[in-house]
Design a protein around this ligand. Structure first.
Ligand code: FPP
Length: 261
């Protein structure tokens, strides 16, 4: 891993993180690129381009701390409805970033993964993505999961179709449909559910992201616009997460008893 020279504020924040109590999986809704660009009198794609540094910082910081899965919402199914020029620019940026940041993935031993309707991607993007996924498949420090052309309702409908097909072909008794089976049919089935979901830009929405998977996730909303999001902001989110009591429907007393074993 490339040694990162931390600044003073970063050190004190990082020191406050209990690395034994890290969430295994953190998911981020990267939001605010357009507003960041507009505030500077620039076109929206300027904001997307500046968001790449935040992607790199979040991925490096997460891998360095020992977070095992980081999912980033890079492009939603609904984002296809944006002006053609912005969609094209985002696709170009995606392919360029994957290409240029392959070095970061190798240096930090990060395995790249992707979730979403990948068949809807232009051929060259699909190829570039798959090449990097294959090249980094042996790394085990952290999975960086890019949600591209992803939406949770799309994923859920896909799972429902698969289950209906199995029932139609009499490979499955509808009475055997339970949470475990449903989970196995999701495209995210190989990853644990995120314990922490971060959204930037001061918006309080989930925007069709991992709806099933975040049933028990802690939600953290950062006022920072995505291009301003730095490793210290990730540290702050983790410190906040570690200060919360996760009850999973139980009472505080029950949680305390089970912690004592
Ligand atoms: C949301 O901001 C951001 C996106 C739709 C794209 C995120 C993409 C990147 C950061 C580029 C590179 C990413 C990777 C993973 C290689 P917005 O445009 O909705 O902002 P707004 O709400 O201010 O309009």
């Amino acid at each position: 891993m490339i040694p990162h020279t931390p600044g003073a504020s970063e050190v004190s924040l990082k020191d406050r993180i209990n690395t034994d109590l890290l969430p295994k999986h953190v998911a981020i809704i990267m939001d605010g690129n357009g507003r960041w660009a507009r505030m500077r009198g620039k076109v929206r794609t300027y904001g997307h381009r500046h968001g790449v540094r935040s992607v790199r910082e979040a991925a490096e910081a997460a891998a360095e701390l020992g977070i095992k899965y980081l999912t980033l919402y890079a492009f939603s199914t609904e984002n296809w409805k944006r002006p053609r020029a912005e969609v094209n620019a985002l696709m170009r940026l995606l392919v360029q970033t994957i290409h240029r940041e392959t070095k970061t993935l190798h240096e930090n031993r990060i395995r790249l993964k992707a979730i979403g309707d990948l068949d809807s991607l232009p051929d060259h993007i699909y190829r570039e993505l798959n090449d990097t996924i294959r090249e980094t498949a042996h790394y085990e420090q952290m999975d960086l999961i890019l949600a591209i052309s992803y939406s949770s309702r799309w994923e859920i409908i896909k799972a429902v179709r698969q289950i209906a097909e199995m029932a139609k072909d009499q490979k499955l008794d509808p009475r055997d449909i339970d949470q475990q089976l449903f989970r196995k049919c999701l495209i995210t089935s190989e990853f644990p559910d995120p314990e922490l979901l971060i959204r930037t830009s001061g918006e309080y929405r989930i925007s069709n992201f991992l709806l099933w998977q975040i049933a028990y996730a802690e939600l953290y909303f950062s006022p920072k616009l995505w291009p301003d999001f730095r490793r210290e902001d990730l540290y702050e989110a983790l410190i906040d997460f570690q200060g919360r009591e996760r009850r999973f429907g139980k009472t505080t007393e029950q949680v305390k008893t089970s912690c004592r074993g």
